[in-house]
Design a protein around this ligand. Structure first.
Ligand SMILES: Cc1ncc(COP(=O)(O)O)c(C=O)c1O
Length: 449
């Protein structure tokens, strides 16, 4: 390897300090912007996951799979807008559609010519969805799915998985946030069939829904075992509980979501992210007998409001994305290439003998500084304050070093790939990770056993 841009250090603390000093020096405009933003937004931030220390870089634009920041750096975008950026930043078909739609006028305040086609495409693609309704985000989709389950079962409680994420007010990570929606939760352990089934038996009389991500996204790209999902399916059927698959992230992982890959059909599915073609999007759907409660022709139907539910931009871009770009064949080829990329990353890590592993399915990946098998988010959680600080430092070092090498992804180590990426982008990322592990190997090996 040629002389590395990264500076080698003997301990984690000084390595992080060096990386941070270089980051600050090379991002003066982003730093100034972050300061100005603090005057009108708490901490200068309006979306928690976009914050990282010492300050996030701010972007001026994006093209293909690249983003450019206000200090003039261009990054390959492995964040992929936390999976919403599947099509990249400037897909010509999506851009042309958006321009046409804008020229036709926005905020129409009535049904439009797009929504039924997008609904039809979603029903065709996701086996569990016989009828669907749109909303504005994955959070909203889950909120509506949960209250729908409570309405149809006339029960109160919702089972979720420890470490799961279903939106801004549905986060069940290590530190449960005080702003979670006040539903009566039953918190189960992901991939633990025995324990989860006994919780379902104990709460069956009051459980309206079991909500599960077939692959935990925010929890660390950790896939559910098919046997676990199948056990949930059977228990929910037995007790009349609504099984909800949150496929807001995982729906892109095959031509019909992970439900297709496993051949397991939930009662309801929630969707979001890329399915609006890069515009804001959410949807919840499921069995006809459940969803028909929202049929306004029925007496006593339930209301489901939302000013922008069928906004023309999301509907039209969503159609083009699903119908013309992310076809079933493309979904399968793309995820197979992504699986091979993840295998290569793990091979690089193994070659360096550092404690790190790359988890995920297809085009969603997460890098963890964890030694043992990861079956659930708890396996990645730090046990005490010292371990938590070390974990934060490791992720900060990885993140800042990789950004210096032009690779942008989430501070917590999450990557989601986009369609404009090809062998050149994958190879550049692999070689950047190789360089990081070469230069930082001694520090990493000393910090994590
Ligand atoms: C599995 C899952 N569900 C729901 C959401 C919430 O989606 P949104 O950010 O659109 O509200 C997310 C977002 O990351 C998610 O990963």
């Amino acid at each position: 390897m040629a002389q590395s841009r990264l500076k080698s250090n003997t301990d984690l603390g000084s390595a992080v300090a060096d990386a941070e000093a270089r980051f600050i020096a090379s991002n003066p405009k982003s730093r100034a912007r972050a300061e100005v933003a603090k005057a009108s937004m708490p901490g200068g931030n309006t979306r928690t996951v976009l914050h990282y220390a010492p300050f996030p870089v701010a972007f001026t634009g994006g093209e293909g799979c690249r983003v450019t920041d206000i200090d003039g750096h261009t990054y390959t975008d492995f964040l992929g807008e936390y999976t919403a950026g599947l099509y990249g930043h400037s897909n010509p078909r999506i851009m042309a559609t958006l321009r046409t739609v804008i020229d036709g006028g926005v905020t129409l305040g009535g049904p439009n010519v797009y929504e039924a086609e997008l609904a039809h495409l979603l029903c065709e693609r996701f086996a569990s969805i016989e009828l669907v309704r749109f909303c504005n985000s994955g959070t909203e989709a889950n909120l509506f799915a949960m209250v729908t389950a409570r309405m149809v079962t006339k029960r109160s409680h919702i089972m979720v998985m420890n470490g799961g994420y279903h939106g801004g007010v549905f986060y069940f990570g290590q530190h449960k946030p005080p702003i979670n929606a006040p539903f009566p939760w039953v918190i189960a352990r992901y991939n633990d069939i025995e324990r989860t089934l006994s919780q379902i038996e104990a709460h069956a009389h009051e459980l309206a829904a079991v909500v599960v991500e077939p692959m935990m996204g925010g929890g660390g790209a950790i896939a559910a075992d098919a046997a676990f999902l199948q056990a949930l399916r059977e228990a929910c059927t037995r007790h009349g509980i609504v099984l909800i698959f949150d496929e807001v992230m995982s729906s892109r992982l095959s031509s019909g979501g992970l439900q297709k890959k496993h051949g397991i059909t939930p009662d309801m599915t929630t969707l979001g992210k890329y399915l609006g073609g890069g515009m804001s999007f959410g949807a919840f759907g499921g069995r006809h007998d459940i969803m028909q409660h929202y049929d306004p022709y029925r007496t006593g139907s339930a209301p489901h409001a939302g000013t922008f539910n069928n906004n023309v931009l999301s509907m039209a871009a969503g159609i083009v994305g699903l119908r013309d770009i992310y076809t079933a064949e493309v979904a399968d080829t793309f995820n197979a290439a992504a699986d091979a990329f993840r295998d290569r990353l793990n091979a690089i890590v193994t070659r360096h003998g550092v404690t790190m592993q790359v988890m995920g399915v297809g085009s969603i990946l997460a890098l963890h500084f964890v030694a043992g098998e990861i079956k659930r988010p708890e396996d990645t959680w730090a046990m005490d304050a010292t371990a938590e600080r070390r974990k934060a430092d490791l992720h900060k070092l990885l993140h800042l070093d990789m950004m210096e090498m032009g690779q942008y992804f989430a501070r917590r180590g999450m990557l989601s790939l986009s369609l404009p990426m090809g062998p050149a982008e994958f190879a550049a990322f692999e070689s950047a990770l190789d360089e990081f592990l070469t230069v930082r190997g001694p520090v990493l090996r000393a910090a994590v056993q």
